[in-house]
Design a binder for this molecule. Sequence first.
Ligand code: G3H
Ligand code: 13P
Ligand code: ZN
Length: 324
Amino acid sequence: MQKKNISYKELGLCNSRVLFSKAVSGGYAIPAYNFNNLEQMQAIIMACVETSSPVILQVSKGARSYANETLLRYLAQGAVAFAEELGTPIPIVLHLDHGDSFELCKECIESGFSSVMIDGSHHSYEDNVKLTRKVVEFAHQHDVTVEGELGVLAGIEDDVVATAHTYTQPDEVEDFVSKTGVDSLAIAIGTSHGAFKFKPGEDPRIRLDILQEIEQRIPGFPIVLHGASSVPQELVKTINEHGGKLKDAIGIGEDQLRLAAKSAVCKINIDSDGRLAMTAAIRKVFDEKPEEFDPRKYLGPARDALKKLYIHKIINVLGSNGKA
Ligand code: G3H
Ligand code: 13P
Ligand code: ZN
């Protein structure tokens, strides 16, 4: 069956342009939370409505194949109605996380996404520019905003494993932004995906000096941080106390992220912390109440734990509370 093109505007979603310019001038960052299912979406919206925060709902390639892209889009549309029902309409962006081809970005743009990331960071600089430019030209015809990436994060990105950081080179950013026309730029300054960002004994600090240099080259331009989970140790402890095996899980300190959010960093990506919160809550129920077999009895506590985590991030790390 031929798919019908849908604009995000028909779904009540918005792109990220105005949100980012307000976030940069206001010294805060918008939460970009990944979701794959109903409970994650509910927790995100409940947390953002309660704190009156704008939000970016992120869908990865993996999420699309796990949950079905059409269903996720319906969930995002449902999120708009859900927020209104909870009392406050909030700005909601539906964003493709780590798009790796023009075709995937195009498909998402035509099916209701309001923002896409084209991650050309694994290509040569020239090819990254070319690919990003192509996506921007198409996206802007639909008033969809585009995030590009320069530099490579260590860790796992989809199926690609990078063993070392390739920090973003400040002397490339101005050229990249002007040649591609991107609306925001993801940079590599020592963050990484997943729950194991540093080895024990390693200096767990990110390179805020590189961020500062980048800001000087492109003043006021919206910067994005990927791999920004903090890996709360109390969640790791709960998981391990209830049968989990997470050894040496270390994240990015919240104090460093707070500093970044006060600068031109206007979007902070958080996925792993949500995974930890859900896993801790579910393991606890399974361990303490082995007689339970109703999914609502463990997915409910998982949703509550997620909501609590997201509220904490909004108020204490991102500073986006009250900015809806
Ligand atoms: O960047 C990675 C995000 O955490 C999404 O992860 O590709 O396993 O859905 P995923
Ligand atoms: P974390 O793995 O640190 O949560 O990063 C998520 C991310 O960058 C999604 O694009
Ligand atoms: Zn990422």
